[in-house]
Ligand binder design. Structure first.
Ligand code: DQA
Length: 142
């Protein structure tokens, strides 16, 4: 089984960015935790972060036939991007939407998610643990 973890804009700033919301650990910490968790389960995983909507669309499109599941935190593009939502629907790869923070208990605009209807599950407000839960969800879904 091979998974793709995609993190969207500003998540390269983890550790520095609003630590009271996103915590003090870095993106590199997150990717190491996911990689280690997958390794123990004999799951192959690739992690990628981009600040660019089209880049994320390209990565999702290129995932077809390569990955069995996608863990996607589109960050701010969650609330704006029909292109990312269409890409997820287009490739039909089981995808779990993950947010570090509880997007439903923050500003009104964060309650809107264009990708959500195209994902098998949404996990939000669980910090790094949400990504590990997403690995388990995708492993169980195969
Ligand atoms: C986020 C929540 C989004 O609303 C925000 O724009 C982010 C991160 C999260 O992981 O909690 O950049 O996706």
């Amino acid at each position: 089984m091979r998974l793709l973890v995609l993190n969207g804009p500003n998540l390269q700033l983890l550790g520095l960015r609003e630590p009271e919301i996103y915590g003090r650990k870095t993106l590199s910490d997150l990717e190491s935790e996911i990689t280690e968790y997958c390794k123990r389960r004999e799951i192959e995983v690739d992690c990628y972060q981009s600040n660019h909507e089209g880049d994320l669309v390209d990565r999702i499109g290129a995932a077809y036939g390569v990955y069995d599941g996608i863990i996607l935190n589109p960050a701010a593009y969650t609330h704006t991007s029909i292109a990312i939502a269409d890409a997820v629907k287009g490739v039909s790869i089981p995808t779990v939407e993950v947010h570090l923070s509880d997007v439903d208990s923050r500003e009104e605009f964060r309650k809107i998610s264009f990708v959500r209807p195209n994902c098998i599950k949404t996990i939000s407000g669980k910090g790094f643990a949400g990504y590990l839960e997403a690995v388990d969800v995708l492993a169980a879904y195969q």
